[in-house]
Design a protein around this ligand. Structure first.
Ligand code: FAD
Ligand code: NAP
Length: 320
């Protein structure tokens, strides 16, 4: 029979590496599956898709997202985490030890584990708009709270696309920086909760662009300068001068391999017992954005990764 690992961590963002650092220092000899372009994102997770991270404590001058993730990975391996660059494609949590199968090894013997920490994150949804690839991270972002304070977004008109709570929250947040904030929504009614919708539409710096979709973006090669929107009712187009475009059209949690194996909420996020990282399966813990649709920050993901490792360690010692 194959070796049974104490703890297998699935994922490679701040939650996974923080869990790995704690589990390794507790001598649990964790094995971490970091994924190979899992969910279309490189090992290291969402921060590998951004430039400067200015709000992670300990880096007063900021640090690039990929560099921060390289450092977290190095800290995991320093304490003995075994990192495997494969994506977990299938799991069986119906009995212990838990079974996991990496992609391309579905017909092989499974990886076995006494406990699991799922930290596969989430992926911000974006749209394929002409010009998006050219201006991604040069005016286009999928995280206003992360990027909004950057100098390129100061005192310039900004555009947010979406009509849910994220769009309302992010657009309201961006009013601190932009000279004006356009919210482009495909319908004439917001999905956002009444209180957040009211705060948004009544804000003096916000202008709603109803029944509209983004047609294209353009700029001066260095930075985004304008966003062209089309009214879906009458087909008319207009170009808004804008130095920033923020997608706020939702996230997709990376939970496909866990469907039918663990309790998920209506949006596909893993359900955890409030205030813990425990799931409905004893011995399986979830940390980071895969179980959090409220905060979605590197530091909160790292914090919950720490909690998951401590909870797994306690659970393993009680099971012995
Ligand atoms: P993620 O970072 O989502 O990483 C999980 C990773 O696990 C996946 O990306 C993939 O590589 C891997 N994986 C997925 N499925 C599998 C599988 N089946 N098997 C193996 N591996 C798998 N937050 C901040 O605090 N500050 C910022 O400045 C900031 N900037 C951001 C900029 C952008 C453009 C984006 C999109 C997000 C930003 N965030 C920022 C948010 C932050 O990146 C996330 O909150 C954080 O990365 C979540 O960490 P996580 O550990 O939950 O997982
Ligand atoms: P969401 O509720 O799914 O809203 C996504 C928005 O994007 C919708 O308005 C949707 O339009 C629009 N959209 C989706 N696909 C689109 C496309 N292809 N083109 C144009 N527009 C598109 O997502 P969310 O706002 O991220 O919220 C997710 C969950 O987190 C919700 O439960 C929300 O309440 C919660 N949340 C809460 C808070 C808070 O309370 N502070 C903050 C953020 C999020 P339609 O409306 O037409 O479908």
């Amino acid at each position: 029979m194959s070796e049974i690992h104490n703890v297998v961590i699935i994922g490679s963002g701040p939650a996974a590496h923080t869990a790995a650092i704690y589990a390794a220092r507790a001598n649990l000899e964790p094995v971490l599956y970091e994924g190979f372009m899992a969910g279309g994102i490189a090992a290291g997770g969402q921060l590998t898709t951004t430039t400067e991270v200015e709000n992670f404590p300990g880096f007063p001058d900021g640090i690039s997202g990929p560099e921060l993730m390289d450092k977290m990975r190095a800290q995991s391996t320093r304490f003995g985490t075994k990192i495997i660059t494969e994506t977990i494609a299938k799991v069986d949590f119906s009995q212990r030890p838990f079974k996991l199968w990496p992609e391309y090894k579905l017909d092989k013997d499974p990886v076995l584990a006494h406990s699991i920490i799922i930290s596969t994150g989430a992926t911000a949804k974006t749209l394929d708009i002409p010009g998006k690839d050219t201006y991604w991270q040069r005016g286009i972002s999928a995280c206003a709270v992360c990027d909004g304070a950057l100098p390129i977004f100061r005192d310039t008109p900004l555009v947010v696309i979406g009509g849910g709570d994220s769009a309302a929250e992010e657009a309201t947040y961006l009013t601190k920086y932009g000279s004006r904030v356009y919210v482009v929504h495909r319908r004439d009614e917001l999905r956002a909760s009444a209180i957040m919708a009211k705060r948004l539409v009544e804000h003096p710096k916000v202008e709603m662009v109803w029944n509209s979709v983004i047609q294209e973006v353009s700029g001066d090669d260095k930075q985004l300068r304008s966003v062209t929107v089309q009214n879906v009712k009458d087909g008319s187009s207009k170009t808004l001068e804008a130095g920033g475009l923020f997608f706020a059209i939702g996230h997709k949690p990376n939970t496909d391999p866990f469907v039918g194996q663990i309790d998920l909420d209506e949006d596909g996020y893993i359900k955890t017992v409030p205030g813990t990282t425990r799931t409905n399966i004893e011995g399986v813990f979830a940390a980071g954005d895969v179980q959090d649709k409220t905060y979605r920050q590197a530091v909160t993901a790292a914090g919950s990764g720490c909690m998951a490792a401590l909870e797994a360690e306690r659970w393993l010692s009680e099971e012995e």
